[in-house]
Design a protein around this ligand. Structure first.
Ligand code: ADP
Ligand code: TYD
Length: 202
């Protein structure tokens, strides 16, 4: 089973991905917990290029190529082998992030994103958990974390608000999505996430 977590920066994806992996492992399941951009050595190298530095370091078009290159490597070296071994794969972000951040938020490039996805990636998760949160709170949480990976946070509140609306519109009517309110307590959100995953896992 292939599960992705999506949402704007600071929505709680990494926290929930970790708790979900812990809960499934406690039941004796084999789990690969991974993330994007990154999740394989080559893709982690690309991560540094896209998440650090000035906001205008890359054009949206160049970003699509970099994120897709990272995803292809992640798929070849981490995701597919784990699925072949019969594991549950949990990824903190996948292709929906490119659809939103490069396809919609930074410009009108959805068609380019979709064509490149079909050509180079071609798979979707079985289940996508979208954690929905007020962008102001998300940005507060995200910028409170120490670190250098602030290129997208530096794009500002309006950028995150546009991304939030984009994610909700993308999820609407698609059975693969499960939308969770991210404003609650960590443990309550974790319980909802686990219920959603188990409904699909059986
Ligand atoms: P993301 O991966 O979506 O950016 P994180 O899981 O890294 O989000 O969470 C961002 C910050 O917010 C972290 O410091 C985390 O401890 C905190 N956080 C996560 N979920 C919650 C929650 N439900 N309530 C309060 N704080 C949270
Ligand atoms: P991430 O490490 O998940 O950051 P956060 O924990 O703050 O949510 O992702 C870093 C940034 O990369 C995030 O702002 C969204 C951006 N991103 C894209 O723009 N396109 C993509 O395809 C992916 C995977 C991430």
């Amino acid at each position: 089973m292939f599960v992705s977590l999506e949402g704007i920066d600071g929505s709680g994806k990494s926290t929930q991905a970790r708790l979900l992996a812990d809960a499934l492992r406690a039941e004796g399941r084999s789990v690969t917990l991974t993330r994007e951009p990154g999740g394989s050595p080559g893709a982690e190298d690309i991560r540094r290029l896209v998440l650090e530095g000035a906001t205008d370091r890359w054009s949206p078009e160049t970003e699509i190529l970099l994120f897709t290159a990272a995803r292809r490597d992640h798929l070849e070296r981490t995701i597919r082998p784990a699925l072949v071994r019969g594991e549950v794969v949990i990824t903190d972000r996948f292709a929906d992030s490119t659809r939103i951040f490069q396809g919609i938020t930074r410009g009108d490039l959805s068609d380019t994103v979709d064509r490149l996805h079909a050509l180079m990636i071609g798979v979707e998760p079985d289940l996508t958990i979208l954690i929905d949160i007020d962008p102001r709170l998300g940005l507060e949480r995200a910028t409170a974390r120490a670190g250098r990976e602030l290129r997208f946070e530096d794009m500002g509140l309006a950028f995150q608000a546009k991304a939030r609306a984009g994610f909700l519109a993308l999820a609407a009517g698609k059975p693969r999505f499960f939308v969770i309110d991210g404003h609650g307590a960590v443990k309550d959100i974790a319980a909802s996430v686990l219920r959603a995953v188990k409904a699909v896992l059986g």
